[in-house]
Ligand binder design. Structure first.
Ligand code: ATP
Ligand code: MN
Ligand code: MN
Length: 304
């Protein structure tokens, strides 16, 4: 179904989500969290999550028997999905494939009914898959790196981006690290976007080789932060803000304001149990305005 058009006379009636089967199934057995709890969580955060994933090719992590049992990463549309849209995109191999696209709350909840726990959008929209509109610097601490070190790295990256006239936004991954997110508007082709992200990561690693690495080689990560720029490419994904993570405690990938970073103790501090209440208390969306912000890579391209 096409997305609702702004300015059209009567808004179409919202579609009904599918019925939920096996509501009592334990999806986080150690935390006694059921499929119904996960559904309720996604209903509660819908207004916040939906803008992060809507109209983007979307990968999901499904855990049909709960966390602790095999989960799988799904990129493609599959039989049985009736509300989730499908978009045909060319893959690296040159072959077309059908990707999942969520257009409304009902389609997102259909994925929950199919045991999706995590949502991972592309950094571009389905209608313009080759135009990157989000750059993500994914800070992955290697063994022995304290969370304070990761926080310090995020602040430093924010400052360096400001020198390029780029505003950035902060997210805890719900796992071990932090994400620094840069919106681009108008978007930029992936080739240039990737060069920017790699160049930025390489420069950090060059300036502070004792603190940062920019190559994916695992053995180089001990005591260092891997600045994972590989989230930035056509078909690459990063976890969506407000997505659950299929890890102990049902943590949430949570967007924060930069001023909240100081008191933050860990990357999995926000969970299914406390995020809906936190959202009600919150006076302001820490990422407010992110989709309206006009900024591009021109300053970086000039200095390259
Ligand atoms: P952490 O803070 O623990 O690093 P993270 O979400 O940043 O959490 P990473 O391992 O750094 O996790 O990043 C993995 C990213 O790569 C995911 O966010 C996901 O979008 C993407 N990804 C691509 N392929 C897969 C896959 N097969 N399984 C899981 N994630 C995948
Ligand atoms: Mn990471
Ligand atoms: Mn990573």
């Amino acid at each position: 179904a096409p997305a609702r058009k702004a300015g059209s006379k009567a808004a179409p009636a919202a579609r009904q989500p599918p019925p939920l089967s096996s509501p009592g199934k334990l999806l986080f057995p150690d935390d006694k969290i059921t499929k119904q709890d996960v559904w309720n969580y996604y209903e509660a955060v819908m207004d916040h999550l939906l803008p992060e994933v809507i109209d983007r090719p979307l990968s999901i992590i499904r855990c049909p028997a709960g966390t602790g049992r095999p989960c799988f990463f799904q990129k493609h549309h599959t039989a049985g999905l009736e509300l989730v849209d499908s978009v045909r995109l060319k893959e690296d191999s040159g072959v077309n494939a059908h990707y999942l696209v969520v257009r409304d709350p009902a389609s997102l909840l259909e994925l929950v009914q199919f045991n999706a726990l995590e949502f991972h959008p592309w950094g571009s929209h389905a209608e313009a898959p080759d135009r990157a509109d989000r750059v993500v610097f994914d800070l992955d601490p290697g063994p022995g790196v304290s969370f304070d070190e990761v926080k310090r790295a995020a602040v430093e990256i924010r400052k360096l981006l400001e020198q390029l006239e780029l505003q950035s936004f902060l997210r805890v991954s719900g796992g071990k690290g932090l994400h620094v997110v840069v919106p681009l508007n108008p978007g930029c082709d992936w080739d240039l976007t990737k060069r920017f992200a790699k160049g930025f990561a390489d420069a950090l690693a060059q300036q502070s080789p004792d603190r940062f690495v920019s190559t994916a080689t695992k053995r180089l990560r001990k005591g260092r932060i891997f600045v994972d720029y590989l989230r930035n490419g056509r078909g690459a994904t990063a976890v969506a803000s407000y997505s659950l993570r299929g890890r102990p405690g049902a943590p949430v990938a949570m967007p924060l304001s930069w001023s909240e970073l100081g008191k933050l103790k860990r990357a999995d501090a926000f969970t299914l149990k406390d995020v809906p209440a936190k959202l009600k208390r919150r006076r302001k969306d820490p990422w407010e305005g992110i989709s309206m912000l006009k900024q591009n890579l021109a300053r970086w391209a000039d200095s390259e």
